[in-house]
Design a protein around this ligand. Sequence first.
Ligand code: A3P
Length: 304
Amino acid sequence: MAQNSEKAQIPEKKSLLMNILDVDGVPLPIVSKEMWNKIYNFQAKPDDLILATYPKSGTTWMQEILDMIQNDGDVAKCKRANSLDRYPFLEVSFPHKEKHDVDIAIEMPSPRILKTHLPSHLIPPSIWKQKCKVICVARNAKDCLVSYYHFHRMASILPDPQSWEEFCEDFMSGKLAYGSWYDHVKGWWDAKDKHRILYVFYEDIKKNPKCTIHKVLEFLEKTLPEETINKIVYHTSFDVMKENPMANHTSIPSYIYDHTISKFLRKGMPGDWKNHFTVTMNEKFDEHYKKKMAGTTLTFCTEI
Ligand code: A3P
């Protein structure tokens, strides 16, 4: 597996943005203490829609689906800006933006779609208080890990992944940005019993995108003509998104995302983990997984 000495460096004046703040044992990247207060005290509005994911679980994909739904299938409107600029991440600051995303979110007119990778227990409490709808997308651990590894290779805003083996260890021990995948997916899974949350699986979207879009529409209490739904399925398919510069992240400066190392829309296929895990690694991972996920009703599909 490739080592990551090849990655571009963030220009020096931007390097402060690479802060990692440990909140409640969860390492949050690119967040300063002073910004954290602002993030945690963010004032949600009842019609805000929150998209919550562990990194690399299909955030960009679901965002594209939601944007198409919000814009009644108008592709041109969905190409108004690149994914990162269309909807803010609550807790993230990107080096190419003048403002922190939380400030962009504060100033954004409603109806707002706000993305977050925060675990459910660190979400701004006003989101619960305002009873905002939340769409949570989760992806099986092995594919998520593989995708996260390649993302660490190409994204200068994240630390070098070191070797593939070391990265796997860090994933299993919850040392990566946003902490433990296991706690994250279980936390949101449990939260869905108390709040207005639609929990969606990456693998299900892949298997039957139309069915997922119908579920999302129902959750949003919105209807669209079948023809528009078909258009959304097409526009948000991997092959079409991969060629769309407003969805594939190629319009983000290359000092942030270096697509010559790895594409942001890389494989888009459940089961790619099989190309990365050795038999020994897989056995060790499964053993550890069983312990971490014991007692939850949450189950994942690792291939389709
Ligand atoms: P891979 O690296 O496995 O290809 P996120 O947006 O949360 O960072 O997730 C990125 C992952 O979602 C990447 O996975 C990317 O290819 C995948 N993805 C994005 N759009 C997709 C689509 N339309 N269909 C399938 N996978 C998609």
